[in-house]
Ligand binder design. Structure first.
Ligand SMILES: Nc1ncnc2c1ncn2[C@@H]1O[C@H](COP(=O)(O)OP(=O)(O)OP(=O)(O)O)[C@@H](O)[C@H]1O
Ligand SMILES: [Mg+2]
Length: 489
């Protein structure tokens, strides 16, 4: 790709970017949230039209007017925001966009068989008949990967493929990537997880503010250098947790059970504390958060907020009692994409902002502005629609809206997923500030360094049960993993 330009109203997303990708390499594309990574890849995959520049495949200039042409040329992309059809089955999603059999017949058996085989090759077992919408984000991600491997791919773009995956699945994905590159397929890999970059990347290109900064062999740069190149400044201190003595108890779970997902889960959370929740995919972490937030009802057990049981009246009661959930899947649960940044941030604060039923617009703007400043959300203004922000910046809006809502307990499900390295540190700083103000945080995270670095205590779940409760200080990744795998330590 040479001299690629792309503008959106009010922003230059790509300002003459060039990218050269070789057969058989894993080319990592790095950059802060909003740097232009997804936009560049959407142009390659025909999802977006470029304003200027050229694309060459095997040295030949090509035009890629749409996704179909990209597909025909062997370009596959796994989008950052998953693109599956929720009410269709796994097998149907994998087969989607391909020609049906003769006479327009769809052979369901063959379709299911193929889906099962492909997923099997990725090392995952998923029922091909299950509607995709009923799968967790991680499993949906694996379905996307299986779908991308269809036909004879030449270039596969993976836009943050591991953001929803846990250790074992990441391992399988990396094995798949190695098989692909060995066959000469080029992989463009976008991730904010620096340890992955050095593990599987051959070369790396850094983008900043829509410009090409550098392209290097991974073996020639350090992570610290890359972070600095991305941010354009020095970024220090990865996990700046400042622990404070905890205050009174704000949240207590007593024997929470839910058929098939949670078994007798109990814990307490005190003011000023960060309780990390670790576990493998399917361990019940997200289910726990949903029960705590009143989104799902427990079959047994109860949730107490400041000593009083939470009424089983759904999320509304939890919010009124000062409990907020930052969901794992913000695309469907956290944001209204067709509304402005201002409206999204202010949404949960409306009862407080409305005087006699009339929303105080100046107050709304002030509130939204404070959050966009604090979290450095990259927008053209508060009126910009959330759907037009980059993935990481959408994520920051979800955080901003609950931070603004002034709740006592924040249930964060993967709070830094898709967030760039520098912005992660800002979110950690915010967590410090919130706990210093006496708020309590329950943080579910698949990133062990984050769990160890930012928690005070760690609850490890395995198959819906509490496998261990550890003090974070002095705990090791091995200890947490062993507990998560259900091994006695
Ligand atoms: N459809 C759109 N309308 C308006 N602006 C857009 C649109 N899509 C992207 N942008 C803007 O283009 C810029 C680059 O966005 P892009 O999604 O490429 O960033 P990114 O590098 O992928 O970031 P992230 O790491 O957060 O995913 C951002 O400022 C974004 O707000
Ligand atoms: Mg992106």
């Amino acid at each position: 790709m040479r001299g690629i330009r792309k503008s959106f109203p009010g922003v230059v997303a790509l300002d003459g970017v060039s990218l050269e990708v070789r057969a058989g390499e894993v080319h990592v594309l790095l950059g802060e949230n909003g740097a232009g990574k997804s936009t560049l890849m959407k142009i390659l995959s025909g999802a977006l039209a470029k304003d200027d520049g050229e694309i060459l495949l095997g040295g030949e200039p090509v035009s890629i007017p749409g996704p179909r042409e990209a597909h025909e040329r062997g370009i596959r992309i796994i989008y950052q925001e998953l693109n599956l059809v929720p009410h269709l089955s796994v097998a149907e999603n994998i087969a989607l966009g391909r020609e049906p059999g003769r006479l327009g017949w769809v052979d369901r058996r063959a379709q299911d068989h193929e889906a099962r085989q492909r997923l099997g090759r990725l090392g995952v077992e998923i029922d091909p008949r299950a509607p995709v919408g009923e799968l967790g984000v991680a499993r949906q991600q694996m379905v996307e990967v299986a779908k991308a491997l269809e036909g004879e791919p030449r270039i596969i773009v993976m836009d943050e493929p591991t953001s929803a995956l846990t250790t074992t699945e990441i391992h399988e994905l990396f094995a798949t990537i190695e098989r692909l590159t060995a066959r000469g397929v080029a992989v463009v890999y976008i991730s904010h997880r620096m340890e992955e970059v050095t593990r599987i990347g051959h070369r790396v290109t850094v983008l900043r503010d829509g410009r090409h900064v550098t392209t290097r062999a991974i073996s020639e740069v350090t992570v610290a250098e890359l972070v600095k190149l991305m941010a354009g400044r020095e970024v220090t201190e990865h996990f700046p947790r400042r622990r404070t003595p905890p205050g009174e108890e704000v949240l207590r779970a007593e024997g929470l059970s839910r058929a098939g997902v949670l078994h007798d889960v109990s814990f307490t959370l005190r003011r000023g504390e960060v309780l990390g929740v670790a576990g493998l995919m399917g361990a019940g972490r997200t289910e726990l958060a949903r029960v705590l937030a009143g989104a799902d009802r427990p079959d047994a057990g109860r949730v107490l907020v400041q000593g009083r049981p939470l009424a089983a009246r759904g999320p509304k009661d939890a919010i009124e009692r000062g409990l907020a959930l930052l969901p794992e899947d913000r695309k469907t649960q956290g944001l209204v994409l067709g509304l402005s940044v201002r409206a999204n941030v202010a949404l949960p604060s409306l009862p407080r902002l409305a005087k006699l039923g009339v929303v105080d617009e100046a107050g709304e703007s002030e509130l939204a502005q404070r959050q966009t400043d604090d979290l450095r959300i990259r927008t053209t203004g508060l009126a910009q629609l959330v759907g037009q922000l980059s993935g990481g910046n959408q994520q920051k809006v979800v955080l901003g809206k609950w931070l603004a809502a002034d709740v006592d307990v924040l249930l964060m499900d993967e709070p830094t997923r898709g967030i760039d390295v520098a912005a992660k540190v800002e979110i950690y700083e915010l967590m410090n500030r919130l706990t210093a103000q006496g708020k309590a945080i329950l943080m579910i995270s698949s990133e062990l360094p984050e769990v160890l670095g930012m928690s005070d205590r760690i609850l490890v779940l395995a198959r819906g049960r509490v496998a261990a409760e550890l003090q974070a200080r002095g705990a090791t990744q091995e200890q947490v993993l062993a507990a998560a795998l259900g091994q006695a330590s």
